[in-house]
Ligand binder design. Structure first.
Ligand code: ADP
Ligand code: MG
Length: 730
């Protein structure tokens, strides 16, 4: 009907699997019983057989079928974790690695960090010699390969969520193929999610492409060919196996708007309220594009909830947000089942698309948008734009509604727009990312000819060239694009972006490791300031703000927090995120240990120096600039355009200093409103991050004010003083 739930949605039943609902999660089944009822359970013997017989097995099955939580346990039981070896299961997202590990530990009845552990960057909750199943981010496993290139600790690597095609997953797949040539005993499992017939078809094509990629046998056999078990001591077949788990999804009815909305946030809230008023059981999951939107939706829904309090509905509305920047403890709370009498409405980013299991969702409201990061090798800058998701993503999102019972998915666009404006699939991250860090890692793994590396999807040539140029400018590569000593090898060893790694090394030479460690640690946490926008937060921020910019302001925050005895109360009264600071402190310790290992002595420029010692401060700023000089920008006197009545300062135009012309020269930069320099506009700056947003501007964040002379001093290979005659011509 056109008026489902009082909304004007045009309906279309996309149908689900024909199988009748096998179980109802509302019944509290014992964990073991629950596990037996998962679709994967019936396939476990065959799966174990395939894994034994084939070096690579590709498993396709919809979200919730048990791939992530069950397969590692089957492998454990079948003896793959014997002889001190481990099974690794990689996830593109940190939160997934953590929650999945917690769930598996619960199912196995052990403490997290013992037999079952997880590892994300800067946080390893596993015990060497004890942990058998290790869930980690794909990035962490990549980094492990630098110590242990053949991954000798592992008998099986399960690359999970391969359909997401994250940058690290793609690199990992390329490397694993190489490792398998040297280690025929290593088993690789690649798993990928699907829902609905259409998506299964496209996922199977993807899976077959991956399977073909892994085919290192010289004999051509069709995918799906099953090998005999290898004889004792013999390696498995090098032709991959492909296994599809048939699903047991409930049907999901998809509804579209009659006409696309211009304000999907508002429409999403309205849809949620309308569903709630129907008074039928089931939690609601809303897909939005970012943290701000999720928080805004929660606020609006809380108001609505208060308004509805007297309306005698069976359930009370309980809105919660779910996004990657959310502190881990809050994230875990989202996964708790709703208490009796409560209807959870989860406002989430695409983090909830496939990688985590949310129980009890019956309704999905999909904005059909997501933030998409895209790297432009011509400017060397990124954009983060809100863009329509792919149809494959939309189908995954809809599937979240059909886990418990038949569900509903409300797409906040018209069916015509859905068909015509959404691309079929998402471009792999590999093809829209800055690859400097990746190239550095590959080089340090001894892969010198990056161009001929076996990429699952080759990145654009311009991006490769730019990555090589940037690494060369930072001193990580020599003139022949080989890893340079000592910077290249040392930078590769640090678990940081190349610019941050470079500034740490510079701090060792300049005598200010203490300060630069603090800045780098602060840049490695999500956010130091309490969510902004409010006057009191801005005022608090202003107390730490200095004209030298955000990076130096971070130093002030750190110092004051340390002087308070790392007091939580201090953090709260100053609108600083205590949790972020604690994490920064932990990261700082770890980085300090890295520096010690590299033989870099601790030093401090500001300790004991007077607060007015500009020279000491300049030392710190120069060390920071030694990592950031590529991103140097100069204030122009170009006409300042007033963007709106509220906007009195944002339109000062900066231009990249390095650009000789072309697209990079055309990029217009301005200072992001969250920067302490928003109203200051120094002549010369370096920035850690700049993103193009929907207004078309590149907005700089985490800014350091510099003196122009430093550029020629720190990077004479990149910047030269302008010839006198051009300076005279004015
Ligand atoms: P897949 O990886 O195939 O998407 P999972 O192994 O993540 O599937 O999940 C299998 C099942 O385990 C889910 O259907 C759900 O019932 C249960 N499950 C997984 N994670 C959790 C969790 N954190 N809390 C409760 N149940 C969970
Ligand atoms: Mg999974």
């Amino acid at each position: 009907s056109a008026s489902a739930f009082g909304l004007s949605f045009a309906d279309r039943d996309v149908g689900g699997a024909a199988a009748a609902p096998i179980y109802n999660m509302n019944e509290r089944l014992a964990l073991t019983e629950q596990r037996r009822r998962l679709p994967i359970y019936a396939h476990r013997t065959q799966l174990l057989y395939l894994i034994e017989a084939h070096a690579t097995t590709v498993v396709v099955g919809e979200t919730g079928s048990g791939k992530t939580t069950q397969l590692p346990q089957y492998l454990h039981k079948a003896g793959w974790t014997g002889g001190g070896r481990m099974v690794a299961c990689t996830q593109p997202r940190r939160v997934a690695a953590m929650t999945v590990a917690a769930r598996v530990a619960e199912e196995m009845g052990c403490r997290l960090g013992q037999e079952v552990g997880y590892a994300i960057r800067f946080e390893d909750v596993s015990t060497p010699g004890v942990t058998r199943l290790r869930f980690c981010t794909d990035g962490v496993l990549l980094r492990e390969m630098m110590q242990d290139p053949l991954l000798q600790k592992y008998s099986v690597i399960m690359v999970d969520e391969a359909h997401e095609r994250s940058l690290a997953t793609d690199v990992l797949l390329g490397l694993l193929k190489k490792v398998q040539r040297r280690r025929p005993d290593l088993r690789v499992i690649i798993s990928s999610a699907t829902i609905e017939a259409e998506a299964i078809a496209s996922a199977t094509i993807e899976a077959e492409a991956i399977a073909r990629f892994f085919d290192t046998s010289n004999v051509r056999r069709p995918v799906g060919h099953v090998e005999a078990l290898p004889a004792e001591g013999q390696p498995p077949s090098r032709s991959p196996a492909l296994m599809s788990l048939e699903g047991r999804m409930h049907s999901v009815q998809v509804h579209y708007l009659e006409t696309s909305t211009s304000n999907y946030l508002q429409s999403a809230v309205e849809a949620a309220v309308a569903i709630h008023k129907e008074d039928q059981p089931g939690d609601i999951l809303i897909f939005l594009t970012g943290q701000d939107e999720c928080e805004a939706a929660v606020k609006l829904l809380e108001e609505e909830g208060r308004r509805l309090q007297r309306s005698r509905l069976k359930w009370r509305l309980q809105p919660v947000a779910l996004y990657a920047g959310l502190p881990a403890s809050h994230q875990l709370a989202v996964f708790e089942p709703s208490p009796r009498g409560v209807r959870k409405v989860i406002a989430a980013t695409n983090i909830a698309e496939t990688s985590v299991t949310l129980e009890g969702i019956v309704y999905v409201i999909d904005s059909c948008f997501a933030k998409q990061r895209c790297y432009n090798p011509l400017t060397g800058l990124e954009s983060l734009l809100i863009a329509p998701i792919s149809k494959a993503s939309a189908q995954q999102r809809a599937g979240r509604a059909g886990r418990v019972r038949p569900g509903h998915c409300f797409r906040l666009c018209s069916e015509d727009d859905y068909e015509s404006k959404l691309p079929a699939t998402t471009v792999p991250e590999m093809q829209r990312s800055d690859l400097a860090g990746t190239v550095l890692q590959l080089k340090s793994l001894g892969i010198d000819n990056i161009m001929s590396f076996e990429w699952l999807a080759p990145p654009p040539a311009e991006t490769m060239v730019r990555a090589l140029e940037m690494l060369h400018a930072l001193g990580a590569l020599d003139g022949d694009a080989r890893l340079a000593r000592p910077y290249g090898t040392q930078m590769a060893e640090l678990p940081l972006d190349p610019p941050l790694a470079r500034m740490l090394l510079a701090s060792g030479e300049m005598g200010c490791t203490a300060e630069v460690l603090t800045v780098v640690a602060m840049l490695s946490v999500q956010s130091v300031w309490a969510p902004g926008g409010r006057r009191d937060v801005d005022d608090a921020k202003a107390r730490f703000a200095v004209a030298e910019g955000d990076l130096i302001s971070y130093l002030n925050v750190w110092k004051a927090w340390e002087e308070s005895g790392r007091s939580k109360k201090w953090a709260i009264t100053n609108y600083v995120m205590h949790r972020s600071l604690l994490r920064a402190a932990d990261i700082r310790n770890q980085l300090q240990a890295h520096l010690r290992r590299l033989g870099i002595k601790p030093s401090s420029a500001l300790e004991g120096a007077s607060a007015f010692d500009q020279e000491a401060l300049a030392t710190v700023r120069k060390a920071l600039a030694a990592g950031l000089f590529i991103n140097a920008a100069k204030l122009t006197d170009e006409l300042q355009v007033k963007l709106s009545d509220q906007d009195d300062s944002g339109a000062s135009i900066y231009r990249l200093v390095r650009s000789a012309g072309g697209e990079a020269a055309a990029a217009k930069l301005r200072i992001h409103h969250s920067s302490v320099l928003f109203r200051c506009r120094p002549q010369w700056v370096c920035f850690y991050a700049a993103e193009q947003n929907d207004t078309g501007w590149y907005e700089m964040r985490d800014i350091l004010a510099i003196e122009s002379g430093w550029l020629t001093e720190l990077a004479p290979h990149m910047y030269r003083l302008a010839p006198v005659n051009t300076q005279m011509r004015r």
